[in-house]
Design a protein around this ligand. Structure first.
Ligand SMILES: [Zn+2]
Ligand SMILES: [Zn+2]
Length: 248
């Protein structure tokens, strides 16, 4: 069956050569799994090892100096409520263009291959053993945006992880008040904007000692932290964040 599928895919590629998902250039059959041409693939940057071990923030100056992994100032201040954040790509360049296409050209069908690629880049990571979580949930997008798009990208990432690792995935978080778009705000205002904006509802019989919280992009981490706080208020002891990409 796998052989037949492979043969069929080969034939399909000959009739309809795959196109790069970012620049639209025609590609050689059987290329990169997320369908990026060589040029775009080269613009996909992964998170270097020189990063904050808790939130993954990259300090390029320290990275250049080959500094040891020490927590960033914000993590040291203890305001982040998630335990660890794991992500694969640096937000920018190719990843940013690719993710825009997923969200604005309505391509949730691309998400599984992007998640697979992210998992490959992350590799074995001490804090991210997908089998050790009681369940997976995600940072919910606003209802208005969800309706505009027809899907919630973070939910689709969580769904793929749940199918792959056979762990339950369910909506636990909801927004309990409106928030302003985070990108409009300063770092300090972002924390205030989302503080207490989420509530977690956990079924009584559901074990939630360790929760994998899924999001697409981690920027300041304020939203993820507010979600982790809501989960911990309802009994979660450990919340690990999984995001495809990490911004500044
Ligand atoms: Zn390309
Ligand atoms: Zn940090």
């Amino acid at each position: 069956m796998a052989l037949l599928t492979g043969v069929l895919r080969g034939l399909m590629d000959l009739v309809f050569p795959p196109e790069c998902r970012v620049c639209g250039d025609e590609m050689a059959p059987g290329g990169d799994p997320i369908s990026l041409c060589d040029t775009c693939e080269a613009g996909l940057r992964t998170i270097p090892k020189e990063r904050c071990p808790k939130c993954g923030k990259v300090n390029l100056k320290r990275a250049a100096a080959g500094a040891a992994r020490t927590q960033c100032r914000e993590c040291q201040s203890g305001t982040r409520r998630f335990d660890v954040a794991v992500s694969a790509f640096l937000y920018g360049g190719t990843f940013r263009k690719l993710w825009h296409r997923v969200k604005f050209s309505n391509r949730p069908d691309w998400i599984p291959s992007i998640v697979e690629s992210a998992l490959e880049k992350i590799g074995p990571e001490e804090e991210f053993n997908p089998y050790l979580f009681d369940l997976y949930t995600w940072v919910p997008t606003s209802e208005r945006r969800r309706q505009e798009r027809g899907f919630d990208p973070a939910e689709e990432i969580s769904r793929h992880l749940s199918e792959k690792y056979k762990r339950p995935h369910m909506a636990l978080l909801r927004r309990i008040r409106d928030t302003r778009p985070q990108f409009e705000l300063s770092r300090k205002d972002r924390i205030k904007n989302v503080e207490g904006a989420f509530a977690a509802a956990i079924p009584r019989d559901q074990r939630v000692r360790a929760v994998l919280l899924v999001d697409d992009i981690l920027t300041t981490g304020a939203t993820a932290s507010a979600c982790a706080a809501a989960l911990k208020d309802r009994g979660a002891q450990k919340v690990v964040l999984f995001a495809l990409a990490r911004g500044g």
